[in-house]
Every structure is written in structure tokens, then in C-alpha cells.
Design a protein around this ligand. Sequence first.
Ligand SMILES: Nc1ncnc2c1ncn2[C@@H]1O[C@H](COP(=O)(O)OP(=O)(O)OP(=O)(O)O)[C@@H](O)[C@H]1O
Ligand SMILES: [Mg+2]
Length: 267
Amino acid sequence: MKTISVINLKGGVGKTTTATSLAELLAEGDKKRKRPGSRVLLFDNDKQGNASKLFGVYDREHEAQACRILKTGRIAGNITDTQEPNMDIIPCNYFMELAELDLKADQEHAQHERYKAALDEVAGHYDYCIIDNPPDLGMNVINALVATDEIIIPVYLDAYSLDGLEELVEQINQIRALNPKARLSGVLIADYEKTDTSEEAEAWLRNRSGFPVFVQKIRHSKKVKDATIYGQTPCHYNIRSGAAQDYKKFVAEYVGLYGHQAAGERR
Ligand SMILES: Nc1ncnc2c1ncn2[C@@H]1O[C@H](COP(=O)(O)OP(=O)(O)OP(=O)(O)O)[C@@H](O)[C@H]1O
Ligand SMILES: [Mg+2]
């Protein structure tokens, strides 16, 4: 199982849209490109529970499964089915705040490796675990980064992005300090609209930042917001939208660069 963290400490940059689209497209496979479906575990690590809401498994009343994993380091009983044939999910909700307090109070057991221990238990059952992270560096995010093999950083090139990109350099260094073995697979330009600022920011990112940047960008599409209203990922809501097409090409680029994992062809 390959574990991929989708992360950016900035909010609203397309993390959840990217994590859920990546999970869904890997699970579905791609007939045109002859890519078989993979077994995918989507890990919602954000107390907002946006990924859980998208797959209809958000529960605001009871402690969500991601919180229990953070507290116990155990996975049994904490995975939920989705309607996608090849995809399961670990839901999250606001109980994560309490789980973090619980974790900090527990000085007797290691605090950073709970997710890793839990995910190791199901490493043989899935090809990919995709973790959707919140825009902060709480204990749950540190746990995700310790468990991760690869990092994908979606960025939004808006009017403030040139300042933001310098911050991004620092953030990436912070993130990698927590798990030097984790590979930065790439920065993904998400929710892209062509303006003078975004072109300047993109040139900096591609030519001067030193970070790997995926060739494929994800266009801004009105249909993406519409999709969230109907509780669907952009690819399920309207596969012909610009963003859905771009996510398909991004996943093809990703597996082209880093290899594909599916039952029977795992490393
Ligand atoms: N390509 C796109 N085109 C149009 N809207 C988009 C696109 N990508 C994301 N959005 C919209 O932007 C908003 C933020 O996206 P998303 O929730 O994926 O960001 P996030 O980084 O996960 O946010 P948070 O930090 O709050 O978790 C959402 O309303 C989403 O529908
Ligand atoms: Mg999100």
C-alpha cells in the first residue's frame, strides 16, 4: 500500500477536491488508458469532514473513526464502506479536537505513530491510502505525515499567491523535517484561472522554486462547486467538465511518473 498525503497549510486550495478525485479515479481505473482499478482507502483527516460528507458518511453526533485511530493506533472497526466498489473510507468530524487533547495527555505511549501503526495493519488490503489533511499542523497531521510515503501539495495561484509561495517553501521544509523519507511527488496547480498574477506565479513555481510541479493543471470549473452541492466529486458529477478532465489527466501523469499499484501488480 502506498500512502499519499494531500496537504497544504493554506485553506481552500483544493486539497479535498484533489484527494477525493484522486481516490475515486484510482479506484475506478481508466479503461481508455488500460489502467485497472486499485483498492483505495480514503482517510479523512480533517475535522471539517468534507471528504466524509462527499461520500455520505459524515456523522456529527458520534466520535468519528479517524479520531478513534488517533487515540488508539488501531484500525479494527474504523473503516467504512463507500458506494464505490473499490473504495473504503475512514471518516472524520469535530471530535478530532478532543482526540488531539486526549493524545497530548497520553504521555505514556508514542504520540506520532498512531496512524502508521493502524495503517500498517491493512497494508496488504489496499493499493493506496489517500489522506485528505486540514490546513494546519496538528497532531493528527503530524501522524499522517509520519505514515506517508508521498506528498502532493495543491496550490491555488490567486492574487496573494506570490507571497504564499514563499510560505509554501517553508511549509514544505517543515513537513519534510517530520518525515524525511516522504517524497514530495509534486505541487499541483489547482482551481487554475489564467491572469497576469497566476502566470507569474506559475513561472516562478516551475522555473525557480526547485520543486517538482505536475505538468497538468486543474482548471477552475463552475461545475466543481455545483458538484459539492450534490455531494459528488467533480468527476462523478460531470466527467466532461474542464476540472474533471484535468483530474483524469493528472492521475494519468501521476501514475506515469510514480508507477501504478493495483491488485496483482503491487511491488
Ligand atoms: N477546479 C476547481 N474549480 C472550481 N472550484 C473549485 C475547484 N477546486 C476546488 N474548488 C472549490 O474551492 C473550494 C475549496 O476547495 P477544497 O474544499 O477542495 O479546498 P481545501 O484545500 O480542501 O479547503 P480546506 O482547507 O477548507 O480543507 C470548494 O468550494 C471547491 O468546490
Ligand atoms: Mg479540505
